[in-house]
Write a protein that binds this ligand. Sequence first.
Ligand code: SAM
Length: 257
Amino acid sequence: MDESNCQNEIAQDEALDTIDPLRHFRTGKDGFDMHIEETDIIPHQPRSVQDEVLRLSFPQSPALASAQQVSISLRVDASPGCGGIAWPAGEVLSNYIAMRGRDYIKGRQILELGSGTGLVGLVAGALGGKVQITDQAPLLGIMQRNVEMNGLQASVAVSELNWGEKLSSEISQPDLILAADCVYFEPAFPLLVQTLWDLAHCEKTEILFCYKKRRKADKHFFALLKKKFTWKEVADDPSRHIYTREAISLLTLSSRS
Ligand SMILES: C[S@@+](CC[C@H](N)C(=O)[O-])C[C@H]1O[C@@H](n2cnc3c(N)ncnc32)[C@H](O)[C@@H]1O
């Protein structure tokens, strides 16, 4: 495809996004675009899902059969918004940190952005991290219920964090930031980059950023990101060959000092 066709496609995408910002999530006949693979942990959840509980275990990979498993009960409910169900990039990131295990997570100050149900942060809490899971106000109720259902109140705190807004005093400076499936709504792109920058002002802050490519206009996010961060693909994940087939990438971001 030449550059002008590509620009036309992006312009069409943007016009349709203005009308329906979440349309990229709805490519399946009954709901979200969640391709089912034998290796998937998270069962298909249609966008009409209401108040169901999934039982999930990480890591899931034949190569990791001997690794210590983390089991999470996850309430999913689409009524508070798209974050109320579990997304494929969240599954990939949960699986990765569980594969790295307690030695990687234990005792670290961790903050998850756009947590939705809180899945990734719950896995980090179960591995011994001191975790803040954050999202917009409508998601805080389901996040809190999931913390309590898993008995993780001592290690996982729920806070409101709207990207682009000044960080509240409730937010602790993290040494590990987690974000899964947070690139989907173009007006939020600069807000997300700003919040990543506000949180990761020192180069020691590690950021794991799991992203599913859904449309060409996502490149606008990476054009903004490039001004403040560099990134590289995580290379030590044995499941990588599976999720790259689903256009999912797991990246580490580093802030440009
Ligand atoms: C596709 S969901 C992913 C949820 C979860 N990380 C997962 O992987 O299952 C995107 C999340 O980003 C949150 N989000 C979107 N815009 C936001 C904003 N401006 N500030 C904070 N969170 C936002 C949504 O509420 C939603 O929970």
